[in-house]
Design a binder for this molecule. Sequence first.
Ligand code: PEP
Ligand code: MN
Length: 334
Amino acid sequence: MIIQFNLNISQSQRNAIDATLVRLNIPFYDVKTQLAHYLVCTPSSDFDIRRIGELEGILDVHRVNGTHKMVSSKWKVNKTIIDINGRIQIGGNQVAIMAGPCSIESEDQIIKTVEHLKKQGVKMMRGGVYKPRTSPYSFRGMGIEGLKLFYEVCQANDIGIITEVMEAGQIEQMMPYTDIFQVGARNSQNFNLLDALGEIDKPVLIKRGISGSIDELLYSAEYVFKAGNEKLILCERGIRTFEKAYRNTLDLNAVPILKEKSHLPVVVDPSHGIGLRQHVATMALASIAAGADGLLLEIHETPELAATDGQQTLDFSEFEKLIKKINELQQILN
Ligand code: PEP
Ligand code: MN
């Protein structure tokens, strides 16, 4: 059960609600976000929610069975739409495109990518400056100085930034330069990081864990929401299976299932999802057909020279062709 308070609830009204829940032996947890104030209640058995709904100070009471609460579609009738500084919306009518290199490498690379994105009408650029790498000897990103460069160029060209945060201690320094914080697959269940991202007023995109279930992804989002941040985006990026013919198995089943279970927008990353450059565009289109609200794509002027993930990165002309197809597909689907 989710109780939504009136924003101007008085202390005595609140005390009366708490006292009623205690009397009914119902555990409850405060969830205060930038937008609203809720109580998540976890009664052990069904009961008549009218006993609560009639109390003063309450805007609404929702019956939400099942394990996920705040991220569940069972209580929120309207889908969540994440507005990125008026540039784009994620979860609205248009598929949101976020594209850029796996890693930020140089100012020149940023400038060239931004120019290309602008030509394609793309408003969000991705690029990692903190890179989670399997081997400690691989390139681990340019760090905060790289993010500042990234920001300077994007700011001058009205392009938003999505970039990965790897630990809670990085959030504060990244804040002025980041529009969407990406939680990578490896950190999908870093609960301290998720708690910390709950305290900020910026959108968070959470990737599914490498061997993460759909339930686990929803719980990760529940962590951030419970800690106070409703601006959440879920991302399917492929999971590890027995199949070795491609890097990951892009689980497009997850798209309709997540959208059924949750009110949050669902984005797909086909670059990591299949890990093979020649098939990324096909899977990008398949993602849209499956209902994705957006795409996260790796692109580079010269993928063969990319510092990271070149094997799954589209070059500029491949990306341009894909954008045309995406536009055509969207017209058919709308
Ligand atoms: C990335 O987006 O470059 C990345 C490291 O993704 P993932 O966490 O999905 O592996
Ligand atoms: Mn990558």
